[in-house]
Ligand binder design. Sequence first.
Ligand SMILES: Cc1ncc(COP(=O)(O)O)c(C=O)c1O
Length: 399
Amino acid sequence: MSKVFDIIEKEQNRQNKTIELIASENFVSEDVRRALASCLTNKYSEGYPTDRYSGHKGRYYGGCQFVDELEEYCCDLWRKVFDTDYHVNVQPHSGSSANLAAYMAVLKPGDTILSMRLSDGGHLTHGSPVNIVGKIFHVVNYDLTADGFIDYADIERKIRDCKPALVLAGASAYSRIIDFAAIRASIEKVCAELGDEAYRPYFMVDMAHIAGLVAGQAHPSPFGIADIVTTTTHKTLRGARGGLIFCRKELAGKIDSGVFPCCQGGALQHAVAGKAVTAEEACTPEYREYIRRVVRNSKAMCDEFIRLGYRIVTGGTDNHLFVIDLSETHPHLTGKRVQDTLDKHDITVNKNCVPFDKRSPVETSGIRIGTAAMTTKGYKEADFEAVARRIDAIIRTMN
Ligand SMILES: Cc1ncc(COP(=O)(O)O)c(C=O)c1O
């Protein structure tokens, strides 16, 4: 037997025994795994099935009749999950690929993107200088308030001053509701001041982290507000690893070209199948109940940390995650040391920068905690509170 299966077994054991608190991870169903491991991995399918919205029709390979059916079915399901008539492209290999393809679809190199900075909770693909997005585009970041909340007034100011070609909302480590409608209102206000013809930015939402909450109606939806919505399918959506791009119908052709042929080659139809099963599951009442429990558990665990004397960025959480800021309460500890120590106790978290962090992204002054994965494993509020106390006991032994 291949050595690979030994390694997979070791990883399976690790996943069985650890308490998984990485906010971007989850455990998929057996059906998702079956789809991912199916014969669809053998099939090439560059291009698109006959599409209702975009000008792109047809594949560059024969034998696509069944993957055409699959991809159309997958698109229909995702529109149903988010109750939207937006066009959807289900081919992005990942969240990063989805974001790059979306930018390439509607922007020119050198255009300005207004986004949240990485150290404040944004993602690499929101324009970090080390990412290709930061190398191709000019990036301006909006600020947070002193308490760590998105500063909506700063967004409006920077739209007016910098005239970005694209305004991006969304984050990897932000524990509060994002007010998409407020950002749209600022865009409209500035456009009206300048005269509509003179300036009109795209509004894009990267809902990778909160997509499951949007589907479960535990977070306001960006549909009908944003021009483009990107997401991953493997975080709170609890599905196959991959990305999706939604857009207003008039952008369908641009978005589809942005994915293929601009940024990707053949679609991964086994991944499309996994995403379709994910969408089927996300349409069920059980899934909506799961999301409600994720959010309840996150609040319970966060409150327990506050009770134990920890400082939480923004003082709490509205979603599936929160960030503990150790800089004042535990100035001698880095996020990296806490992550490494918890690893030894079979508790998995990730180090995370906190707003205005004086430490580098390698060391950090915080850790990010999420409840989506362990809620899938059946943890309830009392279990998460007990884990918070266990983490506190471990941190107390560190000097
Ligand atoms: C907000 C956000 N966008 C995009 C991504 C990128 O997703 P992927 O790792 O699938 O490329 C992430 C991943 O953590 C994310 O948090």
